[in-house]
Design a protein around this ligand. Structure first.
Ligand code: ADP
Ligand code: ASP
Ligand code: MG
Length: 403
C-alpha cells in the first residue's frame, strides 16, 4: 500500500513532535507500506518569516516572498529525515525542485500543473521514506512559488493523485472536521464523514482545517482524504464523494475574518458598468466574493462587494486609478467585517433554513450587511466584532453540537 501522510505546522513544532511524527510514519513503513510524508513549516515559522520580511521591506516582491517562505518547509523536511535516520530508518527529504512539482507562475497563489513521480518512485523502490516539502512548487522560470496559506494540504493531495496512493491522511491539531471550529464552539461535534462538496464550501468559507484547493483536487482526482489528529489515535473524518445519509439539515458553520467590503457609489446605471468594474479587478487578480447592487436612482446606482483583506489595498488602488472611466463618484470600504456561512446538502430540499439562520442572528441583535447563497451554502456578512457570537448562535440554533 502507498500512503501519503501530511502533517501541519503544529504537528512538527518541536523536537518531541518531530519524533512523534517520525514514529507514526515508521509504524506504517515497518508494516511494509510505501510512505510519502508531506510537511508544513515548523510551528509558526511561516508567520514569523512574513513578519521578518515586513521589517525589511513591506512591499517586497512576491518572487522574493516565495523564495523566503519556501525555506520553512525545507527546514522541517530535513529535520524529519534526520530524525528518522537517527531511528535507523532510511529516509530522504526532497523539495519541489527535486521532485519536480511544476506549478503556474503566480507567486503566492500558484496552482500545480504537473508532478513528476519518477524521483519519488525510485526512492520508494529503494525502501526509503520520502519526505516532501508542502506548500511549494516551481514555475516555468524555475523559480519557487507558494500555493497560498495552508497549501501543504494541496501538496499532499496532488502527490496522492500523481502516485495513485491508496490513502491520503491529513494529520493536524484537532481530531477531524467538526461542525464548527472547536476553538470557537467548544461543543462542536466531530463528523465521521463529509462530502467533497460540503467540505469545499466549508473550506472556502473559512474553515481552515483543509486548504480549499486540496478538496477541489481530491474531488477531481477521486482522492479520498482522512483528516485526523497527529497527537492521538482517534479515527478522524473521511472526506469523500458520497456519505451515509444523515438526518442533519446543516453539516457545519464556518467563519472568515479575512474579509473586507468595498462600495462604489454613484456609478452609471446602464449596461456594462458592472462588467467594467469587475473586469478591471479580475485583470489585477483580485477575487470578488459577495456582490450586492442597489436599485438605480436618477441614473446611478451603488455596488458593494467583498474581497479578502489581503487584496483590499490592491483593489482600492485599482478602483482609484480607474475612478473616472468606471464612472465612480465615491469609494468606501470597511475592513472590520466578517463572513459566517452555514453549509449542508440538506438545505436543498428544506425551505426555511435561511430564515432559521437569520432568526439566530436576530435573537442576538446581530445585523446582516450582505447575503449570498449557493445550493448548499448560505453566507452572511456581518461586523467582525460579532463573528464568534454569531457562529455560536447559529451552531446552537441548528443543534449541531454534542449535548
Ligand atoms: P495544520 O497546521 O495542521 O495545517 P491548521 O491550523 O491549518 O492546521 O488547521 C487546523 C485548525 O483548523 C484547527 O486547529 C481549528 O482551529 C481550525 N478549524 C476551523 N474550522 C474547523 C472545523 N470545522 N473543524 C476542525 N477544525 C477547524
Ligand atoms: N506553512 C504554510 C502556511 O503556514 C503552509 C501550510 O501550513 O500548509 O501557510
Ligand atoms: Mg493547514
Amino acid at each position: 500500500m502507498l500512503i501519503v501522510k501530511k502533517f501541519g505546522g503544529s504537528s512538527v513544532a518541536n523536537k518531541e513532535r518531530i519524533f512523534n511524527v517520525a514514529r507514526r510514519c515508521i509504524e506504517d513503513y515497518k508494516k511494509g507500506h510505501d510512505v510519502v510524508v508531506v510537511l508544513s513549516a515548523m510551528g509558526k515559522t511561516t508567520d514569523e518569516l512574513l513578519a521578518k520580511a515586513k521589517e525589511i521591506n513591506p512591499n517586497a516582491s512576491k518572487r522574493e516572498m516565495d523564495m523566503l517562505l519556501t525555506t520553512g518547509e525545507q527546514v522541517s523536511v530535513a529535520m524529519m529525515a534526520m530524525a528518522m535516520q537517527a531511528m535507523d530508518v532510511p529516509a530522504i527529504s526532497l523539495n519541489a525542485f527535486q521532485v519536480k512539482m511544476n506549478s503556474s507562475s503566480r507567486h503566492g497563489n500558484a496552482r500545480f500543473k504537473r508532478i513528476d513521480s519518477e524521483r519519488i518512485t525510485n526512492e520508494l523502490e529503494a525502501r526509503k521514506i520520502v519526505i516532501v516539502t508542502g506548500f511549494q512548487g516551481i514555475n516555468k522560470h524555475e523559480d519557487y512559488t507558494t500555493l497560498g496559506r495552508g497549501g501543504s494540504d494541496t501538496t499532499a493531495v496532488a502527490l496522492a493523485a500523481a502516485l495513485h496512493a491508496d490513502k491520503c491522511e491529513i494529520y493536524t491539531d484537532v481530531d477531524g472536521v467538526f461542525t464548527a471550529d472547536p476553538r470557537i464552539v467548544p461543543n462542536a461535534r466531530k463528523l465521521d464523514e463529509i462530502t467533497y462538496d460540503e467540505m469545499l464550501e466549508l473550506a472556502t468559507s473559512g474553515a481552515k482545517v483543509l486548504h480549499n484547493r486540496s478538496v477541489e483536487m481530491a474531488k477531481k482526482y477521486g482522492v479520498q482524504m482522512v483528516v485526523r489528529s497527529s497527537l492521538n489515535e482517534t479515527e478522524g473524518t473521511v472526506v469523500k464523494e458520497v456519505v451515509k445519509m444523515e438526518k442533519m439539515l446543516i453539516t457545519g458553520v464556518a467563519s472568515d475574518k479575512n474579509t473586507a467590503r468595498i462600495s462604489v457609489i454613484g456609478v452609471k446605471d446602464k449596461p456594462g458598468t458592472a462588467f467594467k468594474i469587475f473586469h478591471r479587478l479580475a485583470k489585477n487578480n483580485i477575487n470578488i466574493d459577495i456582490i450586492l447592487q442597489s436599485v438605480g436612482r436618477e441614473g446611478t446606482k451603488d455596488i458593494s462587494f467583498t474581497v479578502s483583506q489581503d487584496d483590499l489595498q490592491d483593489a482600492l488602488r485599482v478602483l482609484e486609478e480607474n475612478k473616472e472611466s468606471l464612472t465612480i463618484q465615491e469609494i468606501k470600504h470597511n475592513a472590520k467585517v466578517a463572513k459566517v456561512a452555514i453549509v449542508g446538502a440538506g438545505m436543498m430540499s428544506n425551505p426555511g433554513v435561511a430564515s432559521q439562520m437569520f432568526e439566530a442572528l436576530y435573537n442576538y441583535g446581530i445585523n446582516i450587511n450582505m447575503i449570498s447563497t449557493s445550493e448548499i451554502r448560505i453566507t452572511v456578512l456581518i461586523d467582525e466584532k460579532d463573528v464568534d457570537r454569531a457562529t455560536l448562535a447559529i451552531h446552537e440554533k441548528f443543534a449541531l453540537g454534542d449535548v
